[in-house]
Design a protein around this ligand. Structure first.
Ligand code: SDX
Length: 383
């Protein structure tokens, strides 16, 4: 089915067919392999949902155990990668370090497997990447900030090990529960820019690692994954400038200067509420009790949300509550987008699998607005 049409930013344009996920905006539902993502987040753990996203069905208990054991067993990365991170300029952005780490890992891959885009080979590489990405995410950040490396702990399951590496100590149950549910909300979301980037790259028969590197470069952008960091920084700016009583004026000032407030608006949800934001905001009051400025930040959060709806008719997207929740969990702000990427690795693996299983090169056309029939100068163009 081809309908040549043009829409800036491909707004509303169907890019591909997929069985991985779908945003049913009218009923504010995110379908992942036929299941409601919020119900999955309420009832399952991240690794079970990652299995569903990648394999297309929920795991049996024995499949779930084997999958989790594999993620633990393959979490370590070559020593040279830690050295690479430690050699990087300290000004390197965490997402750029992550991108470099993924490219470096490709060099360690068995060359035959690296260039084998069969379903089995892509599964092999994809699960290895899902296992190793938390180690890359945390230790690239630690190295750039002169913090001690924390290697994956083989005695801890996937998500507990992730938060253990972030904190350098085992997490409490409440933190781990919230961290896991947030991670599920980030796992897969139909065809965002970074997923599309991964599929466009995979469609040239470039490999799984190359597709993941492209997704990282896309997700880094403040209009996309980078919004969770900008969102909490905005709340903290308000808190630093005068606290909750200042929230209305500060927000209005930004809007009057026609500046964007990160964490609001969405290309697909537009005037609808992101179901992930609606689900996750309920975790704020409890976690706000954990830090001194938690209540003030929570109050500012609500005021900004009210102003954005009243003035712009915009609702929060998932990055707005997640930025505050990660802060309340004590996660360093530069880690927010890399953690988002780690979660979305499961979704991106599923999309690269699907692309390579039934590939068609992405190669769109253009509406040309340049000149026609121009004559070059008789003599070489003067310097
Ligand atoms: C993610 O695609 C996905 O699914 C992504 C994601 C995922 O799970 O992968 O959901 C994750 O990336 C969520 C989005 C995170 N980004 C932000 O929070 C950045 C701030 N939001 C925006 O810049 C914007 O809403 C986008 C980029 C998300 C969507 O942009 P669109 O669809 O191109 O809409 P637009 O820029 O044309 O804006 C439409 C109107 C404009 O008003 P007018 O100029 O017509 O008067 O809404 C306004 C915009 O100015 N607007 C905002 C705004 N977002 C839109 N005004 C103030 N603050 C904002 N955040």
């Amino acid at each position: 089915m081809t309908t040549p049409e043009y829409s800036p930013g491909l707004e509303g344009v169907i890019a591909t067919e997929t069985s991985v996920s779908y945003l049913d905006v009218d009923i504010e539902q995110i379908l992942v392999r036929g299941y409601d993502l919020i119900e999955l987040a309420q009832n399952l753990c991240y690794t079970d949902v990652a299995y569903l996203v990648i394999y297309g069905e929920l795991p049996t208990p024995s499949q779930a155990k084997a999958f989790c054991d594999r993620l633990v067993a393959e979490a370590e990365v070559p020593d040279e990668l830690y050295q690479l991170f430690e050699m990087m300029p300290k000004s390197t952005v965490a997402m750029d370090a992550l991108r470099t780490g993924l490219s470096f890992l490709a060099g360690y891959e068995n060359p035959e497997l690296l260039h084998d885009n069969s379903h089995e080979a892509n599964l092999e590489k994809g699960i290895k990447l899902l296992a190793q990405t938390p180690t890359l995410v945390v230790n690239s950040y630690r190295a750039l900030n002169d913090m001690p490396i924390v290697r994956p702990n083989p005695d801890l399951p996937y998500m507990e090990n992730f938060l253990y590496m972030v904190r350098g100590e085992r997490p409490d149950a409440e933190s781990l529960d919230a961290f896991d549910r947030i991670h599920i909300c980030y796992i897969e979301h139909e065809m965002p820019n970074s997923t599309f980037a991964a599929r466009v790259i995979a469609s040239t028969l470039s490999d799984m690692y190359g597709a993941m590197v492209g997704a990282v470069a896309s997700l880094k952008g403040p209009l996309h994954g980078g919004a969770n960091e900008a969102a909490i920084e905005f709340l903290m700016d308000i808190n630093g400038e005068g606290g909750p009583t200042h929230a209305e004026d500060y927000t209005m000032g930004k809007l009057e200067r026609r500046e964007r407030i990160m964490g609001f608006g969405h290309r697909v949800y537009m005037r609808k509420y992101d179901p992930r934001a609606r689900f996750l905001m309920d975790y704020i009051p409890k976690l706000a009790e954990r830090i001194p400025q938690g209540q003030d930040l929570s109050s500012i959060y609500s005021t900004v949300e009210n102003v954005m709806y009243r003035e712009k008719g915009l609702y929060p997207n998932t990055d707005y509550p997640i930025g505050l929740l990660y802060y309340l969990l004590g996660i360093p702000i530069p880690l927010y987008t890399p953690i988002f990427l780690a979660s979305r690795t499961a979704g991106n693996v599923a999309h690269v699998l699907e692309q390579h299983d039934d590939n068609r090169l992405f190669r769109p056309r253009v509406i040309y607005s340049g000149g026609r029939g121009l004559k070059p100068p008789a003599s070489p163009i003067s310097p």
